[in-house]
Design a binder for this molecule. Structure first.
Ligand code: MG
Length: 248
């Protein structure tokens, strides 16, 4: 590298201390961005992602009792084993971009909340709904991609049962000082590349038939997947920590 890539005679940005167009500011890290999954092909994580499920084993996943998880793993995916309970990662993390792919059962059974129900729980307690809402009406805040019990998704962007779908969830953990909530959790959710929520403030941990209310907790938590009795499949589960881009 030769010479200054930018400018040092420009005004200084108050929050970072760098000049506008500062050539000395640290470069964004170069990564290989991976490949996005489609209904017929599995995605590839970015090279620096933390892979939570790579299609081969449930290593690093625990059942409701803290024992190794026992959901079915086959053909590169993970499937709910009804009646065994929710599973969660041993790993705990906070602010992140979480990606996963899921498919509703190809054999359609039940209706409303009884069709292809599962859930993605950030920090083990904030649910983004997983449901088969293809031609299956239900209460709006329980629709696929809904912040369950709080906010319906902006649109219903569901694919047909059996087709793989993608979730990209950008999560900001709530912040507490003692018993006080300083900032709520925020979430941006894309289903199949379509924005369902943009920087939406959550009201608190997920409740069923009740109002949410924050209770202080650690800045990190596990990812939990819900056993709601339906044969929902998951694959290509990874996250990247966020809040690390303005490296100085
Ligand atoms: Mg659910």
């Amino acid at each position: 590298m030769s010479g200054n890539l930018g400018y040092s005679d420009t005004p200084v940005l108050a929050d970072s201390g760098f000049h506008v167009h500062d050539g000395e500011r640290p470069q964004p890290k170069v990564i290989s961005p991976g490949v996005t999954g489609t209904p017929t092909s599995i995605g590839v994580p970015p090279c620096d992602a933390v892979v939570l499920f790579d299609g081969t084993s449930l290593d690093g996943w625990l059942d409701k009792n803290g024992a190794p998880a026992t959901w079915l793993v086959q053909d590169g995916y993970l499937q709910v084993s009804p009646g065994t309970g929710d599973i969660r990662t041993a790993a705990e993390f906070g602010d992140c971009h979480l990606h996963l792919e899921f498919a509703s059962p190809e054999v359609v059974k039940g209706d409303g909340q009884g069709r292809g129900n599962s859930g993605v729980f950030l920090m083990g307690q904030y649910e983004i709904q997983v449901l088969d809402c293809y031609q299956n009406p239900t209460y709006p805040d329980g629709t696929t991609g809904g912040i369950y019990g709080q906010y319906p998704p902006l649109v219903n962007a569901c694919r047909k049962p059996g087709e793989w779908q993608t979730y990209d969830i950008i999560w900001t953990a709530p912040k507490f000082e003692g018993e006080a909530l300083v900032t709520p959790a925020y979430v941006t959710v894309l289903l199949n590349g379509v924005v369902l929520h943009y920087h939406k403030a959550l009201l608190g941990p997920t409740q069923h038939r009740n109002l949410a209310q924050y209770v202080p907790h650690a800045p990190v938590g596990p990812l939990k997947l819900q056993d709601h009795g339906d044969l929902v499949r998951f694959r290509n589960i990874w996250y990247r920590p966020t809040g690390q881009y303005d490296v100085v």
